[in-house]
Design a protein around this ligand. Structure first.
Ligand code: HH2
Length: 269
């Protein structure tokens, strides 16, 4: 058993930034989910709405149609894998939970839908990820500014943690995520990655999503997100050293191998 968890990304969308359209068909999505699990993902994050910068919102009925059958079928075929729903809508989260999801990945940190905190609170077996985002996906990259990005993200996450507790969600089922690429310029992302220890110091498990993101394309010159695997892995290994133990990734096998090595080195005396 390794001491880290890999959350495989399964976007059932036509427009996600790196795999949009690839798993839009339900059967293809299930096949890809099985592959993510086979490669070592202990969690699979099913999303029906892209959060890439500039993405258009998706209606509730369509998001349900994309995600619910995939979760139901993966639950049937993968009883030991944690299924996560990547949504900001309580109705979509509710249907996903009924279909077998036990993790809610809400990029608004429970601020997007007033019904979301109570929904998560009323399911004690469900974990939730609270992520930092400045603005909303459609506009979040319009010149974001921070005086102290690490301090501001940490403070936001601390406040959202308290708000979740007040809503009745106990801290032992809350993960925090600095939200790499969500309303942040490249220098903000790099500062956050440099100081992840300060997010870990908040005392909650940290989930990190750097996989294939545009910042890595800018640094390496790799335009095709699928060519950013090595760059993605390097961020995960460095984050592991800072105490991050959960990683939201597209390329599970590569991250598994690299993080197993990182874990073995960290355990050496
Ligand atoms: N990143 C994306 C989506 N959801 N959730 C968390 N907790 N953390 C992240 O960093 C994160 C996330 C964006 O990546 P992707 O799902 O590949 O693309 P898209 O939003 O275009 O579907």
């Amino acid at each position: 058993m390794s001491d880290f968890a890999l959350m495989g990304v399964l976007n059932v969308t036509p427009d996600s930034f790196s795999d949009g359209g690839q798993w839009f068909d339900g059967e293809a999505a299930v096949r890809h989910g099985l592959r993510l699990a086979h490669e070592g993902a202990s969690m699979i994050d099913v999303g029906g709405e892209s959060t890439r910068p500039g993405a258009e919102p998706v209606g509730e009925a369509e998001e349900l149609r994309r995600t619910e059958p995939v979760i139901r079928e993966l639950r049937r075929q993968l009883p030991d894998v944690t299924l996560s729903i990547d949504t900001t809508k309580a109705s979509v989260a509710q249907a996903a939970i009924e279909a077998g999801a036990t993790y809610v990945n809400d990029v608004t940190a429970l601020r997007g839908d007033p019904a979301m905190p109570a929904l998560v609170a009323s399911h004690p077996a469900v974990r939730v990820c609270l992520m930092h985002m400045r603005g909303e996906p459609r506009t979040m990259q319009d010149a974001p500014r921070y005086d102290d990005v690490v301090g501001e993200v940490a403070e936001f996450l601390r406040e959202r943690l308290i708000a979740a507790e007040v809503a009745g969600i106990s801290p032992d089922r809350i993960d925090l995520d600095p939200g790499i690429g969500f309303g942040k310029r490249i220098e903000h992302n790099l500062q956050l990655l440099h100081h992840l220890d300060r997010i870990v110091a908040l005392g909650q498990p940290v989930l990190l999503g750097t996989s294939r993101k545009s910042m890595l394309g800018r640094i390496t010159g790799r335009e095709d997100p699928a060519d950013r695997v090595h760059a993605s892995v390097s961020t995960a290994v460095l984050a592991y050293r800072d105490g991050v133990r959960a990683f939201r990734v597209h390329d599970v096998a590569a991250h598994r191998d690299a993080l197993l090595v990182a874990e073995a080195i960290a355990a050496a005396r």
